[in-house]
Design a protein around this ligand. Structure first.
Ligand code: PMP
Length: 387
């Protein structure tokens, strides 16, 4: 057998992935290296980084529902939704989610990401135009890319720009926006976007990942903006944030949701949502309906945090829902600031490019229903503590 060594003494294949080292160096040199660190299960830190706004991920009713589902249905769904991956938990969850939104139908996916890919790719194609907010989440951007549609990215939260883009395009066209933007926490002008859509015969597609559980007394953007039952509006939700579970959903008119179920590759070819996650989400939906005070409390906490930070001269975006974004300049500044908060016992999110545009790194704080006034004061003290 021939030797597999090469002229420079490296063994066969060793050079193939040398290029990843260049990427690693670039990330390191620009403060963009991402570190995956396990968190403790019972940390003694005040957590303002998670999306568990209502504390449902550890709520006894949610945990018990997930455990019971694992015992009854197993830990995995065992197949695609169209083969063995649908249980009565999935269909009940779809019915109750649709009920919560006031939508005709809902379809549950294994994640919010796959729900967004499904929504965008099944409702647009090579003959369509997508008018997409410049601040939209990566999953919506990827949906646009996969759709092969013409994509017009418009300035963030600018209904005038959306209107102009629609004027310059022809049906089929859709407008794509989050309800609550994931890093800065501002709420989209959905009323104005819908008006613009209706003037031009466009559909409105809303990613309600950060609205569900918070807006509309917890029922999400459809309730907050009176969109339930609209024939030309669809939403996606994630089950992985306020509901404390995992998974996603598409919600809207039945005939359109049926079309998504038939056409979406991320529905047809993906393993169905695991039963414990479906059960946890269902328990979360029921808790939301039972007690809207939790959702209201999240907004109160967000307003309290925003007011206290503003008073100390820290700009903290908009307190429309649970998320507050604090400008932090360069990636290095953001990382150092977030690290010093953690050393002082407060965990905050740290968002750097490409999650945010260049030069706009952010600390991201999330309000939680269980935070008290003294927690808010502590967060403000920690965030404003020098070096
Ligand atoms: N949309 C938005 C706005 C999000 O913030 C996220 C989660 N980061 C998703 C979609 C994806 O949802 P999931 O995590 O359930 O896949």
């Amino acid at each position: 057998m021939k030797s597999s060594g090469s002229a420079n003494g490296r063994s066969a294949g060793e050079a193939v992935f040398d290029w990843v080292d260049r990427h690693a160096r670039h990330r390191r040199d620009n403060g963009l290296r991402r570190v995956v660190e396990p968190r403790g299960s019972a940390e003694d830190v005040l957590d303002l980084a998670s999306n568990d706004y209502l504390g449902f991920a550890r709520h006894p009713a949610v945990v018990e529902a997930a455990a019971a589902a694992a015992h009854r249905w197993g830990t995995g769904s065992t197949g695609s939704r169209l083969v063995t991956g649908t249980t009565e938990l999935h269909t009940t969850l779809e019915d109750e989610l649709a009920g919560l939104y006031g939508a005709e139908a809902a379809l549950v996916f294994s994640s919010g990401y796959t729900a967004n890919l499904a929504l965008v790719t099944t409702l647009t194609g090579a003959d369509s135009t997508i008018v997409s907010d410049g601040g939209n989440h990566a999953s919506l951007i990827d949906g646009c890319r996969l759709s092969r549609a013409r994509v017009r990215v418009v300035p963030h939260a600018d209904p005038g720009a959306v209107r102009n883009a629609l004027e310059g395009s022809s049906p089929p066209h859709v407008v794509l926006s989050e309800s609550v933007f994931s890093v800065d926490g501002d709420t989209a002008p959905l009323d104005e976007l819908l008006a613009a859509c209706r003037e031009h015969g466009a559909a409105l597609l809303v990613d309600d990942a950060h609205g569900l559980g918070v807006l509309g007394d917890g029922a999400g953007a459809f309730t907050a903006f009176g969109l339930g039952g609209a024939p030309d509006v669809l939403a996606t939700a994630t089950l992985s944030k306020a509901l404390g579970a995992q998974g996603g959903a598409v919600l809207g008119p039945r005939r359109v949701v049926d079309h998504v179920a038939q056409a979406a590759r991320t529905f047809v070819f993906d393993t169905g949502l695991a039963p414990p996650a479906a059960a946890a989400a269902l328990a979360g939906v029921r808790l939301l309906r039972e007690d809207p005070r939790r959702a209201r409390r999240v907004q109160e906490v967000a307003h309290g945090l925003h007011a206290a930070l503003t008073e100390r001269g820290v700009p903290a975006g908009s307190p429309g829902a649970a998320v507050l974004g604090i400008p932090a300049g360069s990636p290095d500044t953001a990382v150092t600031w977030a690290r010093s908060c953690l050393e002082r016992g407060v965990r905050v999110g740290c968002f750097r490019p490409p999650s945010v545009p260049d030069g706009e790194s952010r600390l991201r704080l999330t309000a939680r229903a269980d935070l008290e006034e003294r927690d808010i004061q502590r967060v403000v003290r920690v965030l404003t503590a020098g070096g």
